[in-house]
Write a protein that binds this ligand. Structure first.
Ligand code: PLP
Length: 444
């Protein structure tokens, strides 16, 4: 091939793939169908989806109930704008979300994906203070605090509150400045303590910013209990509880980005429940439609919503997307939420969690393993490496190793994680662990 890239299906198709180095990364596999936890290639190869296709799938691929709901809806009403109009699927979904979400989050704004759900929350937070300033003459609160290792998406606002990284470097001029507080990364404790004896001192850095600038801060944004793309970092519940207590103390809004953690991933419907915390704004996407269609939702309390009402046009939330509240996506989401009532979804999640708990201690004993973490249906294995982070040289080696064994896992650099659809069979999940063990022993 001397010096030229191999001709890949990627070149041939002219599809520009996400997070992919064309001509460097392996050519994409052509998937013709999928069922349960399995993806099937054109030539009949079956690949176990160990990451729920980027964390979106909940109940299995091509779940008949969701497929039927989308098909039935497509025959009646495929789309209508949501400004000045409404439809039954949107109303039903709003009702379902209000039923499952923490009670005060009763207003729902639809958008298209996780990034837009975050953009909406950030814009609502900023405008909330502007709208209330007009009434009360309060000093302008317009700054945001985000956490180290956070990831909230790739649009400009979501990228601004995400951690500085190789992925955001080229876009520095597009990113607005944010304050960055420590996170609860116990394995690499930012304040050098041990979890067994700490008092969540990592949250002191958030308190310091709030003490010094609380008057200027509009909101704190967090991925509650589990920071996903930053390395599947699991926080003690006390960290989130302290974040909530501090935001309340300094009269700052709390945005919970549950784009990954929502819909059962952490063992409860929403991660915030595990800490008994209710945020002011909550961002949802990924599992919202059971992995069928793109959709985002930002949930807000009445305190936020009511600040946007009134005849003054400056109080209106001037934001929307063409496909906001798309009926097909709403129908998929309603069907997915119904599956929570009709199938033993939380039993499946608990069964996955039990296998994680059984298999992780054995991996933790391997010399190459620095840390293992688990929350609900998500498990992570952090490998020791000189080049930690997403661009670790281990990532492509591990990815290839897994795929050659027909297991789809996409390590976050030196962190291998397992985040399967809830329908995965126990023996298939054990197989994923066997392959991980083999990978660590042969690659490290
Ligand atoms: N927020 C979190 C916590 C995420 O993990 C992601 C994506 O991985 C996003 C937001 C962005 O979602 P999307 O890729 O749908 O824009």
């Amino acid at each position: 091939m001397s010096g030229t890239s191999p001709k890949t299906a990627l070149d041939a198709l002219q599809i520009w793939h996400p997070f992919t180095r064309a001509g460097v990364d392996p050519a994409p596999l052509r998937i013709s169908r999928a069922e349960g936890a399995w993806l099937v290639t054109e030539d009949g190869r079956r690949i176990l989806d160990g990451i729920s296709s980027w964390w979106v799938n909940l109940h299995g691929h091509a779940h008949p109930r969701i497929a039927e709901a989308v098909a039935a809806q497509a025959k009646i009403l495929e789309h209508v704008l949501l400004a000045g109009f409404v439809h039954e699927p949107a109303e039903r979904l709003a009702e379902e979300l209000r039923r499952v979400a923490p009670a005060p989050l009763e207003h729902i704004f639809f958008s298209d994906n996780g990034s837009t759900a975050v953009e909406v929350a950030l814009k609502m937070a900023l405008q909330y203070w502007r709208n209330t300033d007009r009434k009360g003459g309060r000093a302008e609160k317009s700054e945001i605090i985000a956490l180290e290792h956070g990831y909230h998406g790739d649009t400009a606002g979501a990228m601004s509150v995400s951690e500085d990284s190789a992925f955001t470097e080229a876009f520095a001029p597009m990113r607005f400045p944010v304050h960055r507080a420590h996170t609860a990364y116990c394995y690499r404790c930012p304040v050098g303590l041990k979890r067994e004896s700490c008092n969540i001192e990592c949250a002191d850095s958030l308190e310091k910013i709030l003490r010094e600038r609380g008057e200027k801060i509009a909101a704190v944004i967090v991925e509650p209990l589990l920071q996903g793309a930053g390395g599947m970092i699991v926080h003690p519940v006390e960290f989130l509880q302290r974040v909530r207590a501090l935001t309340a103390k300094y009269d700052v809004l709390l945005i919970a980005d549950e784009v990954l953690t929502g819909f059962g991933r952490c063992g409860t419907m929403f991660a915030c429940e595990l800490a008994g915390v209710t945020p002011d704004l909550m961002c949802l996407s990924k599992g919202l439609t059971g992995g069928f269609l793109p959709m985002g939702a930002t949930l807000a309390t009445s305190r936020i919503h009511d600040a946007f009402t009134g005849v003054d046009p400056a109080r209106t939330f001037w934001h929307g997307h063409s496909y906001t509240g798309n009926p097909l996506a709403c129908a998929a989401a309603v069907a997915s939420l119904e599956i929570f009532h009709t199938e033993p979804v939380f039993e499946r999640i608990n069964a996955i969690a039990a296998i994680h708990s059984e298999r992780l201690p054995r991996l933790a004993n391997l010399a190459a393993v620095g840390d293992t973490r688990q929350i609900g249906s998500v498990a992570a294995i952090e490998l020791r490496a000189d080049d930690v982070g997403y661009l670790s040289a281990l990532r492509p080696k591990l990815y290839r190793f897994f795929l050659e064994r027909d297991v789809l896992l996409r390590p976050l650099g030196n962190v291998i994680y397992v985040l399967p659809p809830y329908c995965i069979e126990g023996n298939d999940l054990h197989h994923v662990y066997d392959v991980i063990e083999e990978a660590i022993q042969s690659i490290m």
